[in-house]
Write a protein that binds this ligand. Structure first.
Ligand SMILES: Cc1ncc(COP(=O)(O)O)c(C=O)c1O
Length: 367
């Protein structure tokens, strides 16, 4: 069954009006203007934090967060063995060494129980990413990290507006990181932001970024485009959440697409990508076989117009010169060769479209 491709960003008259207004008031051509200031204050209010700093991408925001926390050469940073590739690179960019821990089984969430096993005298921080609809157990992570004296960078680039144990994703950690990249739930094509309660962190980030001019800026025009999307985020997340529930229920009973376990504690995930584990890949005897099976299915899914792709490659195969690995990372290894991702625009469609997608997935699953 052919599906139309669901474009992103979707038409939004308020974004258009904000861009026209930025043209008319001249702010589009200014270094500093009201739109960036208003976006910073919206992010502060939303996250209940004292400081927000705008920058050019989520990728640089992670690096700035580490710099703000004074992570540098000789230090170690814990992160999951499967994450956005730029997060590993950000640790290296500040001169520190990544320490890889596993996911909780059948999720894309760092296993907090691994943290005490990973810590050495050099470990300074943890990067906790909310990935593919999974949410990290932030309350436990904060307790464990405080005990170990570790700072937390909470990467909410894939989960803006998600509610994690009663607080907004990104607002738990010492530093929260957001992306406004072209495919993201809040988009300006490019862009990022940092939120924090820590004055020392924001001062270090400002000093590092100020080079006679802002080195990693977000423009007035980008801020103008993001602002009207913020009040719509919660209701759009709610629609995506309803549709994810509907889809997962509708494909129940087949044995090819394994959904992520949905939270039962009142958490509301946000879905930039909806993760699935591909069961035939999980059962393959080698990683190469698993990847080949997945590649074949992704090809078929895409031919049927279903918005699926593969996940990240993960870091489990990186050399021990580049990182320290805690245990064998079985769940991250599985994720690296068995993850399928459904891109979010389809999750704003009507229940009928969701049912059609579920039917197409069921049909492909029994072939
Ligand atoms: C978890 C995570 N962190 C950081 C980023 C980087 O964001 P950006 O694309 O704005 O550089 C991404 C982008 O996909 C991401 O998924």
């Amino acid at each position: 069954m052919p599906f139309e491709s669901y474009a992103w960003p979707i038409p939004d008259a308020e974004v258009q009006a904000a861009l026209v207004a930025a043209y008319q008031d001249g702010s589009w051509g200014k270094y500093d203007g009201p739109n960036c200031r208003n976006l910073e204050s919206a992010l502060r209010e939303l996250n209940l934090v004292e400081h927000a700093f705008l920058c050019s991408s989520g990728t640089i925001a992670v690096e700035l967060a580490l710099r703000g926390l004074k992570v540098g050469p000789g230090d170690e940073v814990i992160l999951a063995g499967y994450d956005f590739p730029g997060n590993f690179r950000a640790v290296e960019a500040v001169g520190a060494k990544p320490v890889l821990v596993d996911f909780q089984e059948n999720t894309w969430s760092l296993d907090v129980a691994q943290i005490p096993l990973a810590v050495s005298s050099q470990t300074k921080a943890v990067i906790a990413s909310h990935l593919h609809g999974s949410l990290v157990d932030m309350r436990t992570l904060m307790t464990v990290s405080q005990k170990q004296g570790l700072a937390i960078v909470e990467d909410a680039c894939q989960a803006p507006g998600a509610l994690v144990q009663g607080k907004l994703a990104g607002s738990w950690g010492d530093v929260g990181v957001h992306s406004f990249g072209g495919s993201k739930l809040l988009t300006a094509g490019r862009g990022g932001a940092i939120v924090t309660r820590r004055e020392d962190v924001i001062q270090r980030i400002k000093v590092f970024s100020e080079r006679g001019n802002q080195a990693f800026p977000l423009s007035e025009l980008q801020a103008a485009a993001i602002l009207p999307q913020i009040p719509k985020l919660a209701s759009r997340n709610e629609v995506r959440w309803q549709n994810v529930n509907r889809l997962i229920q509708a494909v129940d009973g087949q044995s090819v697409f394994q959904p992520l376990p949905l939270p039962t504690n009142g958490d509301i995930p946000a879905f930039y990508k909806l993760g699935w584990l591909l069961v035939p890949s999980l059962r393959a005897s080698t990683d190469a076989d698993a990847e080949q099976i997945r590649q074949g299915l992704v090809h078929t899914l895409q031919q049927h117009g279903l918005p699926f792709d593969t996940g990240f490659r993960g870091f489990a195969r990186r050399t021990t010169q580049r990182c320290r690995v805690v245990n064998e990372l079985p769940n991250c290894r599985k994720a690296a060769c068995s993850t399928l991702l459904m891109h979010h625009p389809v999750l704003l469609q009507s229940p009928e479209v969701i049912d059609q997608i579920a039917a197409a997935m069921q049909e492909l699953a029994v072939r």
